[in-house]
Structures are given as C-alpha cells and as structure tokens.
Design a protein around this ligand. Structure first.
Ligand SMILES: Cc1cc2nc3c(=O)[nH]c(=O)nc-3n(C[C@H](O)[C@H](O)[C@H](O)COP(=O)(O)OP(=O)(O)OC[C@H]3O[C@@H](n4cnc5c(N)ncnc54)[C@H](O)[C@@H]3O)c2cc1C
Length: 474
C-alpha cells in the first residue's frame, strides 16, 4: 500500500508551493484551472514553483516534502562508489517527478544530476550509452542531430532516464513497450560500492529483474538504450469522440497510428480529445480526415485540459517535426501538465480495456469534482519483472487530480475496487492505496525481485518506507 501514514503526517506541514493548505483543499477544479491557466503559460518554471524551490526539498508537484535535505551531488563513478560505501542508508533522487514517496529518504539523497554525458554512440549495435543523470530532454536532441531516435517517450521530456526506467514510465502505442524496454544494459553501483554490469544479452533473468528496479538495487550509473534511425512525426488532435465509438471500435482507434492518447473528464459520454501521433514515413503520411470515428479534427492547438493555454504543448495540426518534439505532449523548457496536481494510473490487461473504461465511467460523479483530466493509453507487453506490462499488453487509465490528497485518498479505493476484477496494476511512481497483499497478487514476480534485491543489497541500504511497506513486507 502507498504509505498513507507517512504521507498524512507530512501533509499538514507541506507548504504546497506557498499556497495555504486549507485553501488548496477547498479549491475546486474550476478555480484551479482558472488560476493556473495564467501561471503555466509562462516559460520554464512558474513563479509559484520557483518560490517553492526555496523551501524544503520536495517533489516536482510540491505535494511531498522529502524527509531529509541531506543531498550529495556526485560528479563521477568514483565519487558515487565512495559515497555509497560511507553511508548506511541512502536513496538516489532523479528529477523528483514521482507523486508518492518511492524516492524519499529519511537519511541521505544522492543526486547524479551533474553526470549527463553521452558516453558511446554505437550505430552498428544500434545503441547509445549515457550517464544515468541525463534527462530525455538532454539526450533526445543530441541523438536526433546524429541521425537517431528512441522508440517512444512519456508525456514530458523533463524526467531523468534512470528515474523513468526505474518506475516503468511509458508513453502510448499498441506496438510500443514502455521506456524501460529500450534498456539493453545497465551499470549499477551496489551497496558495498561494487560496480555490476548487467545486459539483456548476457544476464537474462537478473537483467529482466533489475531494469524496473524501483531504486532498490543500487545506484544506476550508466544506461545503454536501443536506438533506431531518426524519424519525423505529425500530431493531430480530434475533439469529442463519442463513448459509443470507444465501446465499439477501441482496437481500431488505438491501433490506427503509432501513438494514440484519449483524454476525458468522463462527462457527457465522450472523450474530449484524441491525440494522434503518426510517423512520417515515405508514402504513408497520415490521412488526417476531418472526422475520426465521429470526432472532429481540431481547428486550433489544444492543451489536454481544453481550458488551459496550449503554449506548453508540442506542435499539433499536422506540422511535421522530429520524434522528440511530437511524442511527448509537453515541450521541454515549459512547465508540463498543470503543475500543481496529483497523479494516479492503473494498468489493465489489454483484453479488458473497454470493460475497465466503462467501469471508471460509472464513477464519473464521484471522480469528476476532483479530476483535472484522465488519459487512456495502450502499451505493448514486455518481460521486465516489475513492469506493469509484464507478459501482458495493457491499457492505462490515468488521472490528473486537483491537489487535494484527502479527497483523492477517499476516491482511490473506489476506483481500485472497480478495477480489481481486471487485476489492475498501479503505476509505481503515482498515488495508489492498494495493499501490499494486493500488489503481490498482481505483480507476480515480486518474490523473485525481493530475492534479487537481497543479493545486491542484503542490508537494505537502498530501502525506504515505500519499499519496506509495498515490496519487502509481502
Ligand atoms: C507532469 C508529469 C508527467 C508525467 N508523465 C508520465 C507519463 O507520460 N508516463 C508515465 O509512465 N509516467 C509519467 N510521469 C511519472 C514519471 O515518469 C515517473 O514518476 C518517473 O519515475 C520520474 O522520474 P524521476 O527521475 O523524476 O524520478 P524520481 O521521482 O526522482 O525517482 C523515482 C525512482 O527512481 C529511482 N532512481 C532515480 N535515479 C536513479 C538512479 N540513478 N539509480 C537508481 N535509482 C534511481 C529513485 O530512487 C526512485 O525510486 C509523469 C510525472 C509528471 C510529474
């Protein structure tokens, strides 16, 4: 279970981006959207978030103040090794984009943010090896300039590659695995400061257990990723897709192009926006018909929350551009999403997609007052032990909530109950209330993962409250 007690204890003290907590709690969705429409249109960091950075160390959304400010920034493998040897407990902090306490530590943080080099680009092996502090936003333009691309990206490029793969972060596309599936090798500094190398080719099960490692196996210092020749993409948005079309044609809709995302507020029996990202291949340009399963092609650029300015979003209206400027929904250099928010996401086996979507739609009256927007995506199956898509293709149902944890905490068990018959798995980096027992029943390889963790980190140096509760108590 997401560690609610720790969260509750902190909740009262958290200055949520300098906004009074009581005020934030009563703020409803409309007020929130009005206030933030102005704030997020500004480049790089909103003033609210900038002020928040002067406060205690906290996560990106500002909903979680970390339990220590002791942070050491390493510049080299040797510094990582010597720091790890000296500490009895620590966690690596990536770009702090998780919404729960998976990255938290009461003892020490290690940051690799200044380790951001491309170490090797090997066109013949179709791989790139990078320092683990690098973000996708840093890597992608460099790759593109050398003529290469990654297979997929999340909704934003701002996140660290190591943090993203550690939580099985994903994008969309029936044939696209999550971002961790691009990993072909890892270098990890273990609890005793030893350097371990694991590769897809040589280490079989240990590698498949380690890639989605929840930060519990050691410090990832280098990552090798699969690459492919660079490509251009176009993005179109369609508005008002009737829910009946989702019921009758979900497979056709989702498989229509390289990446398809459905955004909905669950109101009025319709999907408010369909984001379609297609590769510009010779002779296969997407025929952007005025209608798509009853939805109408947008006549202007849109944010997933239609009331917000689309300035932060990647180019739409079919303008071709490099893959890394179309696969994410949000542009580098701007605040992604809404900023002050909470997120939850469940992965449902692909064959139950429509039933699961309808089950959530039935909760619309409870969900809607607290929801900013939901997104529905599809992801290919993989073989990584703790990936929610382990041996099953999935549909994901995502919720961006107004930042009101007491209300969201009451809602999550209702959603989880509706999705339980489908054996839904929660996103490791977002908020959930499922119990450790439930997690164990849906993440079948947890016992193997615990064994692997115990080999690499027998004393639990990299364990925190989140891991002790959700992984090691099972
Ligand atoms: C606005 C927004 C949009 C998002 N969109 C998506 C999306 O489209 N799809 C999706 O799936 N998720 C999405 N997420 C969630 C996000 O991708 C994950 O939370 C991801 O883990 C963030 O990476 P991070 O580096 O910020 O992680 P952090 O929160 O910093 O850390 C996450 C975990 O990784 C571990 N870790 C980080 N670096 C290392 C390292 N070098 N070695 C070992 N362990 C390490 C940490 O210890 C921790 O356990 C979104 C989040 C936000 C805020």
């Amino acid at each position: 279970m997401y560690n609610c007690r720790a969260f509750e204890a902190k909740e009262e003290e958290i200055p949520i981006a300098n906004v009074d907590t009581a005020w934030a709690t009563v703020m409803n969705k409309r007020t929130f959207i009005r206030l933030f429409a102005a704030v997020i249109a500004s480049p790089v960091i909103s003033p609210l978030l900038a002020r928040a950075s002067n406060n205690k160390l906290q996560n990106w959304a500002g909903n979680l103040k970390y339990s220590t400010d002791r942070l050491y920034s390493a510049n080299s493998l040797e510094q990582v090794r010597s720091y790890v040897k000296k500490q009895s407990k620590l966690k690596v902090l990536g770009t702090r984009h998780c919404f729960n306490n998976i990255a938290d530590s009461t003892d020490n943080f290690l940051s690799l943010r200044s380790m951001v080099k491309v170490l090797a680009l090997e066109p013949e092996a179709h791989t790139v090896t990078v320092d683990a502090g690098m973000t996708y936003g840093q890597l992608c333009p460099l790759l593109h300039n050398k003529g290469f691309a990654l297979h997929n990206l999340a909704s934003l490029p701002h996140i660290s590659i190591a943090g993203a793969i550690s939580t099985a972060t994903h994008g969309s596309g029936e044939k696209n695995g999550n971002l961790a599936t691009a990993v072909s090798a890892l270098e990890i500094v273990t609890a005793v400061g030893e350097v371990v190398k694991l590769s897809r080719q040589q280490d079989g099960e240990a590698f498949r257990g380690a890639v989605v490692g929840l930060g519990s196996l050691g410090v990832i210092t280098k990552i090798t990723l699969d690459i492919q020749p660079t490509f251009l993409m176009r993005q179109y948005v369609y508005e008002n897709l009737p829910l009946t079309e989702v019921k009758d044609n979900f497979d056709a809709i989702q498989s229509s192009r390289y990446s398809v995302s459905l955004f909905t507020d669950w109101q009025n029996q319709r999907i408010s926006e369909v984001w379609i990202k297609s590769r510009v291949e010779e002779g296969q340009a997407f025929d952007a018909t005025p209608e798509f399963f009853g939805a109408k092609r947008a006549t202007k650029k849109l944010h997933p929350i239609a009331e917000l300015s689309a300035e932060n979003c990647t180019a739409q209206m079919g303008v071709p551009g490099p893959w890394y400027e179309r696969l994410p929904h949000f542009r580098m250099g701007f605040t992604p999403s809404a900023g002050k928010e909470l997120q939850t996401e469940y992965f449902v086996p692909r064959q139950h997609a429509v039933e699961a979507i309808l089950a959530v739609e039935r909760l619309r009256d409870q969900v809607s007052p607290h929801l900013m927007i939901s997104e529905i995506r599809t992801i290919a199956a993989d073989n990584l032990w703790l990936s929610p898509c382990y041996e099953q293709p999935c549909v994901t149902i995502h919720f961006t909530w107004v930042q009101d944890w007491p209300a969201v905490r009451k809602l999550l068990p209702l959603i989880e109950k509706e999705l339980a018959p489908f054996k839904a798995r929660p996103h490791w980096g977002k908020l959930f209330t499922m119990s450790p027992k439930e997690l164990k029943s849906v993440y079948r390889r947890l016992p193997d993962f615990i064994q692997l963790s115990k080999k690499l980190d027998p004393q639990g140096k990299f364990r925190n409250d989140f891991l002790s509760t959700n992984v090691f108590s099972s």
